[in-house]
Design a binder for this molecule. Structure first.
Ligand code: ATP
Length: 139
């Protein structure tokens, strides 16, 4: 079978389409580690963790902050069904900075009832948001 020229990338949440288009390459934050997808990739399903999806069209690279969900990879298509997904313009930087501060304070003063994993994920989500917002400002 011929290798397709491009990948059709679709990033959706339950209520909206976040990004859609023809791309050359996608890097996905899988729960077992990040993985790259080029046209012709073997079909697979992967769970997502908190991180950024990076996709490239020509020499233009874009980023989407995601938290959990699934990626379906086919030789000519990558479909991301994310629990939460935001492009740079969606991200409220002040809100993300406040969330980083809150999560850092919680983690610095671990209390008996602290849900450590929840605080860690909240910190990670907010740091990823700040990174994606920052990258989209520099494009
Ligand atoms: P926060 O602690 O800052 O209120 P949260 O942890 O409650 O955030 P999430 O559960 O990660 O928020 O996301 C809930 C919804 O809020 C999602 O739709 C997500 O896109 C949106 N959201 C959260 N933080 C931001 C942000 N900094 N900018 C834009 N949208 C955000």
């Amino acid at each position: 079978m011929a290798i397709p020229d491009h990948l059709t990338l679709e990033i959706v949440t339950v209520d909206r389409s976040v990004a859609h288009g023809e791309v050359d390459e996608v890097v996905v934050p899988g729960s077992e580690g990040s993985f790259g997808v080029l046209p012709g990739h073997t079909p697979m399903l992967a769970a997502l963790t908190v991180g950024e999806i990076e996709y490239r069209r020509g020499d233009e690279t874009s980023y989407v902050a995601v938290s959990f969900g699934f990626a379906e990879v086919l030789p000519d298509r990558v479909t991301i069904l994310a629990q939460i997904a935001e492009v740079g313009d969606d991200i409220d930087v002040t809100r993300a900075e406040a969330a980083v501060k809150r999560a850092r304070e919680r983690l610095a003063r671990p209390a008996a009832e602290l849900d450590y994993e929840r605080a860690r994920l909240s910190l990670l989500k907010s740091l990823v948001r700040l990174q994606v917002a920052e990258r989209s400002r520099h494009r």
